[in-house]
Design a protein around this ligand. Structure first.
Ligand code: SF4
Ligand code: MG
Length: 327
């Protein structure tokens, strides 16, 4: 396994008390595989990613337990210098907002080129050639000329391609993309997703795709992990989850995807809001919003049950997963 997160716990100190942002999360991704991590904002998906990348704000954030194994080595116990080396050479991240991640006063050619002058000791001329090559690779038309332009001279979609070019420049084994297409319109979203999927195949990278939108991952992800209130509530191969979810929260997310064949129909929305992480409900954290909730749900935290009726490896943190799966 390229990356394996084991029983990760992350807390934040807030004015309202301790927020349990990540509460025992385990997931893994192999080389050449895409894992989609899905959830509403505040579910812990970004905090988990930031912890993997080593960009968690500490304090107020604090890792209180677990392991992050990258190529078998636990990043949380490595010495700082070693850890930085492993991360720098092995992983890269793509953020939602390219405009604020790129430097507005440097041309994109200089920014891309810097990856190679700083990290590979290349000459400026060679680095410039690599920058053009990369821009070609992420299919930015007219790369040779546009390499001299500044970030604001590109459209949102093209800027996101530049971010992707920066991320893959040093050929990392793992890329984490946090809501990479959320700011883009639907057609451009699909193009950027296709590009990511294609690069993942070509470079055999592991890809973790973080999103709140179940609609964008169907064609690109191999597996899905659905998060709610700091935990994984369902994990399964992507096609199985679309066919039959084994958790009421996943079912709610699926029912709220707009579908072409149901144009004009009122969309289903999960009632209520995710809980405050300083006051996570007892029992199943989803019970105040769950249409299937019963007494046991208000008292007993559901473990991640193995979904034994499924042909593939699946898990659901619902006491009544079987009913949900077949219902
Ligand atoms: Fe709903 Fe209960 Fe399952 Fe939680 S454990 S998702 S409240 S049925
Ligand atoms: Mg986020």
């Amino acid at each position: 396994m390229l990356l394996e997160v084991r029983d990760l716990h992350v807390e934040f100190r807030t004015r309202d008390g301790v927020a349990k942002a990540v509460n025992g999360v385990s997931y893994g991704v192999d080389a050449g595989e895409t894992l989609a991590v899905l959830g509403e904002s505040g579910s812990g998906k970004s905090v988990t990613a930031q912890t993997i990348m080593g960009i968690l704000d500490t304090p107020p954030g604090k890792v209180t337990g677990g392991q992050i194994l990258f190529e078998g080595r636990d990043l949380l116990t490595l010495k700082e210098e070693e850890r930085r080396k492993v991360r720098g050479a092995g992983m890269a991240m793509i953020f939602q907002d390219a405009l604020s991640s790129l430097n507005p006063v440097l041309t994109v050619g200089d920014q891309l080129g810097e990856m190679f002058t700083v990290h590979r000791g290349m000459s400026r001329k060679d680095a410039r050639a690599k920058a053009v090559e990369l821009m070609d690779r992420v299919r930015i038309p007219g790369a040779r000329e546009r390499v001299r332009q500044y970030p604001h001279q590109f459209s949102g979609g093209m800027r996101q391609r530049i971010m992707i070019a920066m991320a893959i420049a040093l050929e990392p084994r793992l890329v984490i993309a946090d809501e990479p297409t959320t700011a883009l319109d639907v057609t451009v979203q699909a193009q950027v997703m296709d590009l990511l999927a294609e690069l993942r195949r070509e470079y055999r990278m592991g890809l973790i795709l973080i999103t709140h939108d179940l609609g964008v991952v169907a064609d690109v992800a191999d597996r899905i992990a659905v998060m709610y209130a700091g935990r994984i509530v369902e994990t399964a191969p992507v096609h199985d989850i679309y066919k039959a979810p084994a958790h009421p929260y996943t079912r709610g997310l699926l029912d709220s995807i707009p579908r072409l064949d149901q144009k004009g129909r009122q969309l289903y929305a999960i009632k209520g809001l995710p809980p405050s992480l300083t006051r996570i409900p007892p029992g199943c954290a989803f019970h105040p919003r769950c249409p299937m909730a019963r007494d046991v749900c208000r008292t007993d935290v559901p473990p991640l049950y193995e979904v034994t009726d499924a042909p593939s490896e699946r898990g659901s943190a619902c006491h009544f997963w079987r009913e949900c799966l077949h219902g």
